[in-house]
Design a binder for this molecule. Structure first.
Ligand code: NAP
Length: 254
């Protein structure tokens, strides 16, 4: 295996589905050892068994591993960092924060519970992973790249997504601040803002709403998880070595 990421550990959250799964696929293609973390362990295992470069077509997952993780639970995140430190000795130098949820409703009907759960996973979860693993990288004196996943609705808002759009706007602001603080440790932090991407998350959007959204996409289609993963891969690699604190749209022009 020859690739820029050979010998690098990559932690991907939300790795059991959609964009996180595609990120595992692309990063492993570049030679990274992938830690696929998801609250759904079976889905994360499926990712490394059938979607990573080394593993495709066999049951051999090489050094890749699947781990159960709830990004919104600090104990779960602490268990993860300790487990990885025992297993690999060095911290992951690539972090992809892809775990995310929606609990859509009109603002006037949105429950406090649905507001909190979305903020807890999308915003607090991204914070806990960034803080924990940036600390581990700084202590180990290794450089790194953190790629957060926001959403285009964090910029423009979207009907039915008060909670989600607020969480994703928060991820952009948090990324810019983290980039300013972590630069001195040679850790870059960037954020990707996908538009409408064909994953299980978008399957919950009613067809009528999807049709009207697609009319606003100049390319006239949904994006694929792989189209987002290729940007994640670029931001994770040294090819983007002077890109830090950037927010990049992947929307087909939406
Ligand atoms: P997805 O297919 O639903 O994948 C998200 C994964 O994250 C799922 O496996 C999910 O598990 C997992 N997850 C949820 N909560 C978690 C938690 N607390 N801890 C660990 N894992 C958790 O969604 P996706 O479309 O790939 O979305 C990935 C990221 O892109 C999200 O942050 C999303 O907000 C963002 N995004 C997506 C789109 C889009 O159009 N698809 C657009 C803009 C931004 P469960 O299945 O058990 O929930």
């Amino acid at each position: 295996m020859v690739g820029w990421a050979v010998g690098r550990l990559a932690l991907v959250t939300g790795a059991g589905s959609g964009i996180g799964r595609a990120a595992c696929q692309v990063l492993s293609r570049e030679g990274a050892t992938v830690i696929a973390a998801d609250r759904n362990y079976d889905a994360a295992l499926e990712t490394i068994k059938t979607h990573t470069a080394l593993a495709s077509g066999s049951n051999d997952v090489g050094e890749h591993c699947a781990i159960e993780l709830d990004v919104a639970d600090s104990k779960s995140v602490q268990n993860l960092v300790q487990t990885l430190s025992k297993q690999y000795r060095v911290p992951p130098r690539i972090i992809v924060n892809s775990a995310g949820i929606t609990r859509d409703n009109w603002m006037l009907k949105l429950s406090e519970e649905d507001y909190e759960s979305v903020l807890n996973v999308n915003l607090k979860g991204t914070f806990l992973i960034m803080q924990t693993f940036a600390k581990a990288m700084a202590e180990a004196k290794v450089s790194g790249s953190i790629v957060n996943i926001s959403s285009i609705v964090g910029k423009y808002g979207n009907i039915g997504q008060t909670n989600y759009s607020a969480s994703k706007a928060g991820v952009v602001a948090m990324t810019q601040t983290a980039a300013k603080e972590l630069g001195k440790f040679n850790i870059r932090v960037n954020v990707v803002l996908p538009g409408f991407i064909d994953t299980p998350m978008v399957k919950t959007v009613p067809d009528k709403v999807k049709e009207s959204l697609l009319k606003m996409v100049p390319l006239g289609r949904l994006g694929t998880p792989n189209e987002v993963a290729e940007l994640i891969m670029f931001l994770a690699s040294d090819k983007s070595s002077f890109i830090n604190g950037a927010s990049i749209d992947v929307t087909g022009g939406y």
